[in-house]
Ligand binder design. Structure first.
Ligand code: ZN
Length: 234
């Protein structure tokens, strides 16, 4: 099994970096199966989310900005190296559970990784020029910054080990399907304040990645809306 860890797709999100540092420090045997790439090195060097535009909105859409070029390089790299699974490591300042992000549950290899992972919350997003656009073997980790502890890094390393060893102890998942974006213009400020991520709101959807530190500073949307939880077996 070959695993590509894509770290710092957003340059100020350090989950992938910290995971790799830990594996190096431990001289982990997992390193034999892991390839490591910094998604956005320029933004990482500057501790920024991105420099010209969001790398994770730059796949498959062309352009000559730094991130658009970088997206093509990463896509080419994945095409050349053919990893079994690509783990795109993200963090958030939103209050929310740790989750795994996929476009769909179509591929066996993706489902195999989900079953290997201790994280039980799955967010199925719509394609939006993100890394998952380039293949059906891509899974995102999204965890709050405060959740990055040695215990979490150990648990993610165990996810990877389970995957490599064909162990799949976690088939039961909670699935949330993204329905669209929550646009600022369609939501009253007091409604936005009452959102609790991954909990159904009286407006009839589940808010995802909303909050003071969410998308709302840089975009015309506050976060995503998802369907109510489905309990599934992957
Ligand atoms: Zn991110």
């Amino acid at each position: 099994m070959r695993i590509l860890i894509l770290a710092a797709t957003h340059g100020n999100e350090l989950l992938g970096i910290k995971l790799y540092e830990r594996l190096l420090k431990q001289r982990s045997v997992l390193l034999e199966s892991i390839d490591f790439v910094i998604g956005n090195p320029r933004a990482y060097a500057k501790s920024l989310r991105y420099t010209d535009k969001d790398l994770n909105r730059s796949y498959g859409i062309g352009g000559d900005e730094y991130e658009a070029t970088r997206a093509r390089e990463i896509q080419e790299y994945i095409h050349l190296t053919q990893p079994d699974i690509v783990l795109d490591m993200h963090t958030t300042n939103c209050v929310q559970p740790n989750c795994l992000i996929v476009h769909d549950l179509s591929s066996d290899i993706k489902k195999k990784f989900l079953r290997a992972s201790h994280i039980d919350t799955i967010l199925q997003v719509q394609p939006m020029g993100d890394i998952a656009t380039v293949g059906d073997n891509i899974i995102g980790y999204e965890v709050p910054n405060k959740a990055i502890t040695p215990a979490l890094l150990a648990a993610i390393a165990q996810d990877i080990q389970n995957f490599i060893m064909h162990e799949q102890p976690y088939p039961h998942k909670k699935l949330y399907k993204m329905l669209g974006k929550i646009y600022k213009q369609e939501i009253l400020p007091q409604q936005a304040k009452s959102f609790v991520n991954f909990q159904e709101h009286e407006l009839g959807f589940v808010p995802i990645m909303t909050g003071n530190n969410s998308y709302k500073k840089q975009t015309d949307y506050l976060g995503f809306k998802a369907s109510v939880t489905e309990e599934i077996m992957v």
